[in-house]
Every structure is written in C-alpha cells, then in structure tokens.
Design a protein around this ligand. Structure first.
Ligand SMILES: Cc1cc2nc3c(=O)[nH]c(=O)nc-3n(C[C@H](O)[C@H](O)[C@H](O)COP(=O)(O)OP(=O)(O)OC[C@H]3O[C@@H](n4cnc5c(N)ncnc54)[C@H](O)[C@@H]3O)c2cc1C
Length: 377
C-alpha cells in the first residue's frame, strides 16, 4: 500500500444511510471521498483489490521499495544517453538535441496533417543516434509533473476486497451489486479505469449510452511495465536516481532508472508491445531480460551482484487492464458526463490532463457534481 494514499479502514454506516458511494480507492476516489466528507456527507469507498492506492502502489516485497505505477517521488533531470555501452559525447548530445527538436516538429505535423497515419511507421532513423532519439520520443510519458502526491487528510472509510459488479440507477436510490453484498446510496462516483469499463468488468442499468461507449473505445489503456532488480553491492558508478536511455548493440532500447532512492538496484521501463511481451513471458523471464540488458551495458559485475527481481503486470490486472490513458480531450469530456444523473464519473481518463494530477482534479470535480445531485434531493 502506498503510504501517501493509505486510509483508515472504517466500516460504513448502515447502507441506507449513505449519501454517496465512491467506486475505487485510487487518487480520484480518495480526492472525491475526501471532498464529500469535508462537506459532511456520509460516504464509503468500495475497492476491489485487497489494498488501496490503485495505480499508485509501492511494492516492498524485495526488501527495497519500488513504485509499480506512478512514482511517489517526483523525477527530475534529463536522462543520460548511451549507445553501444558508451555515453554520448558533448557534440553528440548537441546533435541529439537538434534531431529531437526536428522530430518533435515532424511528429506534430504528422499528427495534425495525417491523423490516420501511424507516425511510428513513417518516422525512421538513419543511424543509432537518430534511432535512439525516435525511440525516446515515442516513449515520452504525457503526464503533468506533480511535486507531491495528493494526500488524504482524515479518515476515508474504505471497504477493500469489494468488487462492484453492477450499478443499477433505475430506482429511487442507486443500487450496487458487489462481491460483499448489496449497497445503496443517493449518488455514486465511478473512478474505475477505462480498461475495466471497456472490458465489461462493470455493468450498468440503464446501460451506458453510445456516446460513453464510443469514448471508452477511443481511450484505450496504454500498456507499460516496470522490472525492478536488486544487487548485493554497488554496480553502477552513477549518482542516485540516474536516468538512462540506451541503444544496445543487439538493437533494443533500454530505459532505466539506476540506483533509485540511492538503493543498489535498477528500475527498467517498457512500453506497448515490449510491455505486453514482458507480461506474457512472466516475471522470471522479465528479470533475466533486465539483467542481460544491464550486463550488456555495464559488464559482468551486474550478473555476479544480482540478487532478486520483480515485475509489474498492469495489463493482466483485472482492475486496471493497462497503465494509463493517453487520449485527446473530446472523448475525455464525453466520459466525464454523468450517467443517468445520479451516477457520476471520475478517474484520470475523464480529465484533460490525466495522470495523477488529472485523477485528483477529476475526483474533486466529481465530488462537486455529486454535491449538486444531493442538493437537489
Ligand atoms: C507504470 C505506470 C507509470 C505511471 N507513471 C505516471 C507518472 O509518471 N505520472 C503520472 O501523473 N501518472 C503516472 N501513471 C498514471 C497514474 O498512476 C494514474 O493516472 C492514476 O494513478 C489514476 O488514478 P485513478 O484514481 O484515476 O485510477 P486508479 O488508480 O486505477 O483507481 C481506480 C481504482 O478502482 C478500483 N477498481 C477497479 N474496478 C473496480 C470494481 N469493479 N469495483 C471496485 N473497485 C474497482 C481499482 O482497483 C483502483 O484501486 C502511471 C501509471 C502506471 C501504471
């Protein structure tokens, strides 16, 4: 469980007394619930997993903490760039900056002038440096920076291990069918990812309108994965939290954070097809791949000092089905519309900014909408 998003577990009041139910104990759910509690409403958060935090989660199973989802500490600094085991020279960094700026302009032009064309097919590099710049461009994450994670003040009542399966808003109160029985409330805030909504993990009565279904379809989850490997001694002669993007001799791109939080460890990042492959092959293969890739760059020492590894599985997780949404504002706005008045939508995908910042803003927006519904009686 992430410390910043930890919540006191409190048994909800009698179901009939609930003003609001928030589905999902991630950033959006906590923001919404905290705002409603601040407005003196009787609220409970229902969470499917056996933990809170959603896609903000610090795994400590290897003895050292690693953030499986969004980083719980802000990342800074441009990454070091390495090709064939050697960091770029000053002249090469300068050329890389020029190539990257040119690529950004080309990508922008392609996206506006040829929206149906996959830029990854059109943009090709001539040498390793250009190929690395292209790989880095397509791996850039779309998130707004945040200084600290939104922290929930006070006690938010959360019922973990309570997966909501159906939301019925056809009666006087909204009824939720869950693994832990039935709940009713005057208003419900849904914060589950589009991967869950699109995968049929949650059904609605009345059914979702076509506009929302179309929005869900055009906001698919980006696939991303991380592998964390630990070492018995110092193997990287780099500062704490050093970031690296490298093009290896075998033609693969490695994106990593070395010595995260000053620990003798490395965190490797994977996107799209490589993230899917990593999850399909399983954590053992992922760890072996990470160690080989790092050994290619930093030498045999990586193998001899290797201790243990762990990998994320966001794509296979039934309560995420992916890492985040990277889509334009119009479907996000459509997704943010209330469903049948007393069912309000929040979550990163409903916000134009997305990520942690957007999830938090969406929760606050949804709480206001829920208060307006409650005000109408
Ligand atoms: C690998 C990775 C890296 C990331 N990096 C960044 C970054 O650098 N910066 C950034 O801003 N963001 C980043 N993000 C994205 C960020 O983590 C998310 O945008 C944000 O945490 C989403 O919050 P949320 O509350 O909208 O959704 P979630 O955190 O997904 O919360 C939804 C909750 O709903 C629960 N749920 C699902 N289905 C049900 C159900 N049927 N019944 C009950 N509960 C259910 C889930 O278990 C979950 O707890 C990253 C994510 C990943 C995975």
């Amino acid at each position: 469980m992430s410390g910043a998003l930890a919540a006191g577990f409190v048994h909800p009041a009698r179901a009939a007394d609930l003003d609001a139910i928030v589905i999902g104990a991630g950033v959006a759910g906590f923001a919404a619930a905290s705002a409603l509690i601040g407005a003196r409403k009787n609220v409970v958060v229902l969470e499917a997993r056996e933990r809170t935090g959603g896609r903000v989660f610090t795994n400590t199973s290897l003895g050292l903490p690693f953030d499986e989802g969004a980083p719980t500490r802000p990342e800074s600094g441009a990454p070091a760039l390495v090709i064939d085991g050697r960091e770029l020279s000053r002249e090469e960094y300068a050329r890389y900056a020029r190539v990257s700026a040119e690529l950004e302009r080309t990508l922008e032009k392609l996206r506006t002038q040829l929206p149906g064309v996959d830029p990854q097919v059109v943009i090709q590099g001539n040498d390793s440096l250009e190929k690395l710049a292209i790989a880095e461009l397509f791996r850039r994450v779309p998130f707004a920076p945040f200084a600290t994670l939104p922290v929930t003040e006070g006690k938010v009542p959360v019922r973990i291990g309570t997966r909501v399966m159906r939301i019925d808003s056809t009666g006087a109160l909204v009824r939720l069918m869950t693994q832990g029985g039935e709940f009713t409330a005057k208003v419900v805030i849904v914060t589950v990812p589009t991967g869950v909504l699109g995968g049929g993990g949650l059904t609605f009565a009345p059914p979702l309108w076509l506009e929302r279904l179309a929005a869900i379809e055009s906001l698919p989850m980006v696939q991303a994965a991380k592998t964390f490997v630990t070492f018995s001694r110092r193997v990287f002669d780099v500062p704490d939290d050093a970031r690296l993007v490298a093009w290896t001799a075998t033609g693969t791109v490695i994106e990593a954070q070395l010595r995260p939080r000053g620990q003798e460890a490395a965190l490797l990042f994977y996107r799209d097809g490589e993230a899917r492959r990593l999850e399909a092959d399983g954590p053992m293969a992922a760890t072996a791949g990470a160690v080989s890739a790092l050994a290619e760059l930093f030498g045999r020492e990586v193998r001899t000092a290797f201790l243990r590894g762990a990998s994320t599985r966001w794509g296979k997780d039934p309560f995420a089905r992916g890492a985040w949404v990277d889509g334009p504002p119009p479907p996000r706005r459509a997704l943010a519309q209330p469903h049948h008045e007393r069912v309000v939508f929040a979550g990163e995908a409903t916000d134009p900014v997305g990520g942690v910042v957007g999830a938090n803003a969406s929760g606050l927006r949804a709480a206001k909408e829920a208060l307006a519904v409650l005000g109408r009686g």
